[in-house]
Design a protein around this ligand. Structure first.
Ligand SMILES: Cc1cc2nc3c(=O)[nH]c(=O)nc-3n(C[C@H](O)[C@H](O)[C@H](O)COP(=O)(O)O)c2cc1C
Length: 339
């Protein structure tokens, strides 16, 4: 296959190095025969020389980092004339996830959803591809400020934090890196998608242990697609069904109509939708947070989460409505079991 004549820049920010590894993994997948410069953000003097620019970042407070925002702002005129793609390294990858904590209303917080803010801030840039690939968190190497931030986060967390007790905890989903690279190949470089993707996973895998003191721990355990929780702070169910996003939206609307829930759309993207499903139970208006999302690593299926953040004694009716939503979603053999 002849290399494309297009010249690319992959510019990234990192603090602890995991975004660097993904950057070079992407370069290998896109093709060592391609002209693709990989540069840390502080090394870039101009973007004028390039036909396309891939912008990568680690996640800080549910967003790309401040230097990345500044970079995009500085080169906005040039970037808006070019093909651009964004990817983000992050801890949270479940794109149906809703987070709620003091001082911020419930919101989407994971994977590609961390890019929504920059997309809204700089609408002149219409990326050809976006990826939220996961990342690596290594509590013992954090600087003092970051350790303190993580300590606060652990105190505030409703669903618990998966890295507790780990020296290294990873969440990268290799298929997301590979899908993103193949999108660059197809949409920007007009090359066929790479099939032999697995042989490049060594760019990420390493022998470093998940825990120095407990050899039974593994760094990467994919989250179950059928997770559920019922605690005093939250009732939560997650599942997946066959089909596409439009199909899932129409099933959720059927549920809303049938059970008298007012479905208020909060966010709609090409890959997901977030509704507030509002209803009055025993004289009190409650909200069920419903998200349907496609995921790059599970083509042909849609993942759904349904959450109530109300207290157990208030949310009984909402729990019953969540069960009825699942009955509608899963009917006619749509439910996909496993994992
Ligand atoms: C202080 C701090 C804040 C973070 N904030 C988030 C966050 O809001 N959401 C998330 O999913 N991951 C968050 N992460 C996880 C990192 O983005 C993730 O570990 C990433 O892989 C680190 O990239 P790097 O190794 O390139 O610096 C945070 C990590 C630290 C240390």
């Amino acid at each position: 296959m002849n290399p494309s004549t297009k010249k690319g820049l992959l510019v990234y920010d990192t603090i602890y190095g995991s975004t660097t590894e993904v950057a070079y993994w992407l370069k290998a997948l896109i093709g060592e025969d391609q002209q693709l410069d990989v540069k840390r953000i502080c090394q870039v003097l101009t973007v004028k020389l390039y036909d396309y620019v891939i912008v990568g970042s680690n996640t800080r407070n549910e967003k790309l980092t401040t230097p990345v925002y500044k970079f995009v702002e500085k080169y906005l005129d040039d970037l808006s004339q070019k093909e651009v793609a964004y990817f983000i390294n992050c801890g949270k990858t479940d794109e149906t996830m809703i987070l709620k904590y003091a001082g911020k209303p419930a919101h989407l917080a994971s994977g590609r959803n961390f890019l929504l803010d920059i997309l809204e801030k700089f609408p002149a840039i219409k990326p050809v591809a976006i990826g939220g690939v996961g990342g690596r968190h290594a509590p013992p190497i954090l600087n003092t400020k970051d350790s303190f931030f993580m300590w606060i986060l652990e105190k505030m967390s409703i669903e618990g934090l998966p890295w507790e007790g780990y020296d290294i905890w990873e969440s990268v989903i290799p298929e997301r890196v590979e899908t993103f690279a193949n999108e660059i190949r197809e949409k920007i470089l007009s090359l066929p998608p790479r099939q032999d993707v697995e042989k490049y996973r060594g760019y990420w895998n390493s022998l470093q242990p998940a825990s120095l003191s407990d050899q039974s721990k593994v760094k990467f355990t994919p989250k179950p697609y059928t997770e559920q929780q019922s605690t005093k702070r939250e009732f939560y169910k997650r599942s997946r069904i066959k089909g596409n996003l439009d199909g899932a939206i129409s099933l959720l609307k059927t549920w809303g109509k049938q059970e008298g829930l007012d479905l208020k759309e909060q966010k709609r993207t090409i890959y997901n939708i977030y509704f507030h499903a509002v209803k009055t139970y025993n004289g009190k208006e409650l909200t069920i947070h419903a998200v349907a999302s496609t995921l790059p690593e599970d083509p042909g299926n849609v993942h759904i989460s349904l959450r109530s953040f109300d207290k157990p004694d208030k949310r009984k009716g909402a729990e019953e409505d969540i069960a009825r939503a699942e009955a509608i979603l899963w009917a006619e053999g749509r439910k996909v079991e496993g994992r």
